[in-house]
Write a protein that binds this ligand. Sequence first.
Ligand SMILES: *Cc1c(COP(=O)(O)O)cnc(C)c1O
Length: 526
Amino acid sequence: MSTMNTVGRPTTPNRVESKPATLTGGRGLLQNAALIFEGEGWGKTGVDLPEPQGDASDLGDLVRRDPIGLPGLSEPEAMRHYVRLSQKNHAIDLAIYPLGSCTMKHNPRLNEKMARLPGFSDIHPLQPQSTVQGALELMDSLSHWLTTLTGMPAVALSPKAGAHGELCGLMAIRAAHRAAGHGLRSDKPRNKVLVPTSAHGTNPATAAFVGYTVVEIAQTNDGRVDLADLEAKLGDDVAAIMVTNPNTCGLFERDILEISRLTHEAGAYFYCDGANFNAIVGRVRPGDLGVDAMHINLHKTFSTPHGGGGPGAGPVVLSEALAPFAPTPWVVGGKDGFKLVEFAEDEAEQAFGRLCAFQGQMGMYVRALSYMMSHGSDGLRQVAEDAVLNANYIKARLEDLMSPAFPEGPCMHEALFDDEWLKGTDITTLDFAKAMIDEGFHPMTMYFPLVVHGAMLIEPTETESKAELDRFIHAMRALAEAAKAGDVDRFKGAPFHAPMKRLDETRAARQPVLRWTAPDGSNRAA
Ligand SMILES: *Cc1c(COP(=O)(O)O)cnc(C)c1O
């Protein structure tokens, strides 16, 4: 029997369902519950509100007369609905989340406790500054940790994600060039940004968004920036280079000092994508490498939840040359306490503006500082060491069966394989990843970086124990052996055991169905 997925595409017949299917669609204590709109909760209410008195509304004829069209649920029904949904998903609190580039690490509960302290969670960004001195001090301390760890003189805290940090860095670079007479509309514009082929998609997207022409830098066979190609492309029309280090192949850019020297000689700025800072934190200071601007994903390196779990934060550290252009606001401390510099005047005269309405993601600042202070400087160094050790353990235990994309030498914090080892099996990277779900493991990042064919990028992070890594490795080896032995069915129809089968993810992204439609075609919820 073929089933339909959420976007209406028939999926492959399910081997498990052709075995004794359950009578209800439930499975192993998980009920196959209907959508919240398909239940019987109409006309019911979970709370007891007083009848509204009179018709005191100012809305006149615009007052709604029809029912609002939302299902009504009692408290236990509402709880069950959301807990059931959560059970259909993966969570870092269930098992390893080996997504490369995403750095899905455990989020210590201490961070959560700190973020919920009323002095941080119940304040308003427009409160008088005299009443939020503690919060401003926390931002000042976080700035201190970030500038110390990176060896950079200034930081803009407010960007709300890595990509937003890239925007911040490139806007500071654009402002600096403009101040020097090389703005995009000047006679001698610096209008190009150089980006390696392996870069995260946000890098070229940001450069284009800021108005730059993106020029690709080639990669060497060992997965690093091609210096000769970089040198050939650098010139007086280049505003900046954007290089990730360690890069998205999980490798340290050995020529980083030469890269920054060449860039500065050409009068360009060095933007470093710092999403992989967790591999070098406490061991290498980007300021010593000649970096001019670098975002730090607090939600990766410093453990705060992300993805479906919460908002991110992408503070940007800046060199002496770019610091004057940093966006407002920032915190300064003096004998009268802490205050926010909010406007582009006085010492902030050259600030390029602001990136968001208020101060940024306060809850993420608290979590990140809590993580830093609980580890201490020695603990943060160990974070980098353990993250790299764990990735190399995985690489070493899988490289006899799977093909590492860059077999030479150790990797940094993520192990990258290509699909060479699947050649002739009729199994793709996607098939392999779906079969991992059946074995209880969330797949690694697939098909990224784009420069590696059928890429499988595994990032264990420092928070996984050897026992969990061994379980993961055991499953990966068992699957790899099954693939090589020709057990194609196990892969082609996978996942057999997940509540959802293979979704048409491209169509879901391009034509999202965001509204439930009743079987009679009506939209009950308005
Ligand atoms: C995650 C990531 C980004 C983007 O960061 P967001 O916080 O998701 O916007 C940029 N570059 C690299 C290498 C990344 O891994």
